[in-house]
Write a protein that binds this ligand. Structure first.
Ligand SMILES: Cc1cc2nc3c(=O)[nH]c(=O)nc-3n(C[C@H](O)[C@H](O)[C@H](O)COP(=O)(O)OP(=O)(O)OC[C@H]3O[C@@H](n4cnc5c(N)ncnc54)[C@H](O)[C@@H]3O)c2cc1C
Length: 253
């Protein structure tokens, strides 16, 4: 159930030239209980005093110990991409360590579901849309431990500096043979290419995987144009709508 609380910024780092990773703790000292894939809303006011809010996916990686679908984390991590002239961009981009914001959540149903039995998961993302999959890693680890599943992450970026958390996903792939990570670079190849790299947009790299309704369930997150294009491509491969879950990062003003 959604809750209202205050968050204090305790750490931050620039993940890419225009993306800030922010780490918060709840001011009331409580952990955040959420399902990996869910998002928070940040509440603030425009300069004229009008109230507004923006959504951000929770990227925190829990310890995987929770027996329920809920994960509890003390450190609430989000990744915020710079949007020119954006109100929340200004608030979150300039927030000093120790700064406090109002938030609520968790919200959303872009989550892995225990009832799903498909052998292969196709996870597609662009930009900060990869954050929910980072939070899902402990669940993905459990899925893979059963031995009969495969998870493929296709992550679209213009160049290697924009592959957020790329090294974390690479490391996870190294230690989990059922997890495959493909950085799909649309503008510039990596200086030192890696075997998982692909060139082009995620929706075009899909064809290589031969999506099939009997095998796959797909998750699409991030830029709305990518989500729409990948949705159309997956439907052409025969995936029914119920096997394609979507989270579009539209501005919620
Ligand atoms: C469910 C959900 C989860 C989200 N999770 C994240 C997340 O984890 N990280 C993240 O960075 N964002 C995320 N977003 C987007 C986020 O909520 C804001 O929309 C975004 O940060 C821009 O807010 P802003 O106030 O800075 O810009 P606004 O003040 O809303 O917009 C400023 C101007 O930029 C335009 N604009 C808005 N967004 C974009 C864009 N993406 N690209 C180009 N132009 C744009 C607007 O039309 C407007 O003209 C998510 C959105 C949803 C719906």
């Amino acid at each position: 159930m959604a809750d209202h609380f205050q968050l204090r910024l305790v750490d931050s780092v620039m993940l890419a030239p225009t993306v800030r990773h922010l780490v918060f703790e709840r001011v009331d000292g409580q952990p955040l209980a959420f399902q990996p894939g869910q998002f928070l809303q940040v509440h603030f006011h425009y300069d004229d005093g009008t109230a507004t809010k923006r959504s951000y996916s929770v990227g925190s990686v829990g310890d995987g110990s929770s027996p329920s679908a809920l994960t509890e984390v003390g450190r609430i991590e989000i990744a915020v991409s710079y949007v020119e002239g954006g109100a929340a961009t200004k608030l979150l981009g300039e927030l000093p360590h120790g700064g406090v914001i109002d938030a609520s959540g968790p919200y959303g149903r872009f989550c892995l579901q225990e009832a799903d039995t498909h052998p292969r998961y196709l996870l597609l993302a662009t930009g900060t849309g990869v954050t929910p999959y980072r939070a899902m890693l402990p669940q993905i680890e459990k899925l893979l431990a059963a031995g009969d599943r495969e998870v493929v992450l296709l992550y679209g970026a213009r160049n290697e500096t924009e592959l957020l958390y790329g090294e974390e996903f690479e490391a996870f792939a190294q230690t989990h043979p059922g997890f495959h990570f493909h950085g799909c670079l649309s503008r510039e190849a990596r200086a030192v290419p890696r075997s998982g790299d692909r060139s082009g947009h995620v929706q075009h790299v899909l064809a290589e995987l031969g999506p099939h309704a009997d095998r796959d369930i797909a998750y699409l997150c991030g830029n709305p144009n990518m989500v729409d294009a990948a949705f159309a491509a997956l439907q052409e491969f025969g995936l029914p709508v119920k096997q394609i879950r979507r989270e579009k990062y539209i501005s919620s003003r």
